[in-house]
Design a protein around this ligand. Structure first.
Ligand code: ACO
Length: 327
């Protein structure tokens, strides 16, 4: 049994922060941020990851014409849960009343939604599930160091969701995922946990205070990784589907940086009209990036039944993934 996307939804919080608003608080400028990244504004969440995820999910269910009780599984891709437990997925289950759904979170940073879609596809393909809700949700504003201008200007908050369901034709055709743990240090954020102060563990520290969390990024390394790996993984997914870039209507790519998108377009010889951008008004939404973009193009009427789409993500881990699907 194949799977396809029956409905999409997204949620972007109300509080809008422009580059000029950041420049009023730290040593940066609209010119620096726009020229390096293409980002003009981002939105910050007072409500948190689970509430945004639940709202995006309600909108996706409505778009799919499905009730929460019909969901077999809820998968939430996030690196910014409010709690280590319960999972965001369990919190979403409660908010929606999706009583029979099995729920868990998965962590693959900005590739998380691709990992979730691929997992949903596998569950449906093997008959373990019929309807799977896949969500990417992030409150990156709670993770970044607001004193570090080199990273805090890049991210925003939001959530996107897709209802994945069994279909008899079309749907997900191919998916390719990859990871390289040896390059984990190039984009890293620790939990702040340490062995300090734990009784019975000798010599690890005295005071029991947790180390601060900190997001650290080697921007150039990530740039190189993205522009090299994303075209490769897209070519691989297209080759498996036995189609070429010309057969693809839209390439929905992780929205980290406009220069990365341009470079990927150039490398694949794809015109930029086929690579939609929304990062100017969202910033980098990590795992929420691809599903929010998907919902935006869906609601804008840019997707016709039978269109071939490519979805691709890349991020910390390092992780990456691409998928070919027929709308
Ligand atoms: N405002 C003004 N100046 C800044 C800012 C800022 N917000 N941030 C850094 N600078 C300064 C630096 O201090 C440095 O100054 P110096 O030359 O006096 O030391 C100068 O700008 C250049 O800094 P670099 O870090 O070298 O800037 P670079 O040109 O590499 O651009 C960027 C940084 C935009 C992050 C770039 O490396 C990039 O595009 N990387 C891709 C990675 C990416 O987009 N990551 C997003 C998250 S990861 C993901 O989604 C997978």
């Amino acid at each position: 049994m194949r799977s396809g996307i029956a409905g999409t939804g997204s949620y972007i919080p109300e509080c809008r922060v422009t580059n000029d608003m950041l420049a009023a608080r730290m040593d940066t400028s609209d010119e620096w941020i726009v020229s390096r990244t293409g980002i003009r504004e981002r939105h910050l969440s007072a409500e948190g990851t689970a509430a945004m995820a639940a709202e995006a999910a309600r909108r996706a269910l409505e778009d799919a014409g499905m009730t929460a009780e019909e969901l077999d599984w809820i998968l939430v891709a996030t690196v910014t849960p409010e709690c280590f437990f319960p999972s965001v997925a369990c919190q979403v289950q409660e908010a929606l009343g999706a009583k029979k759904a099995v729920c868990y979170d998965l962590s693959a940073a900005c590739s998380g939604f691709l990992f979730g879609l691929q997992t949903a596809d596998a569950y449906i393909h093997t008959g373990m599930a019929r309807n799977v809700l896949v969500i990417g949700a992030e409150a990156m504003s709670r993770l970044v160091d607001w004193k570090d201008r080199s990273t805090c200007v890049l991210f925003g908050d939001g959530a996107g969701a897709a209802v994945v369901t069994a279909v008899s034709a079309g749907g997900i055709r191919t998916g390719v995922l990859g990871c390289d743990g040896s390059r984990g240090d190039s984009l890293i954020c620790s939990t702040g946990h340490s062995a300090d102060g734990i009784p019975f563990l000798e010599g690890t520290g005295e005071d029991g205070e947790a180390a601060p969390t900190s997001l650290a990024m080697d921007g150039r390394e990530i740039f190189q990784f993205a522009v090299r790996t994303v075209p490769e993984v897209i070519r691989e997914a297209l080759a498996q589907a036995e189609i070429s870039t010309e057969d693809v209507s839209l390439f929905l790519l992780h929205q980290a940086n406009a220069r990365i998108l341009t470079s990927i377009g150039r490398s694949l010889h794809v015109p930029m009209e086929k690579i939609p951008e929304n990062l100017a008004h969202t910033g980098n939404l990590a795992a929420a990036s691809v599903p929010v973009l998907l919902d935006e193009v869906n609601r804008a009427g840019r997707l016709q039944r039978g269109d071939t789409l490519v979805l691709a993500g890349f991020g910390a881990g390092l992780t990456w993934g691409a998928m070919v699907l027929e709308w």
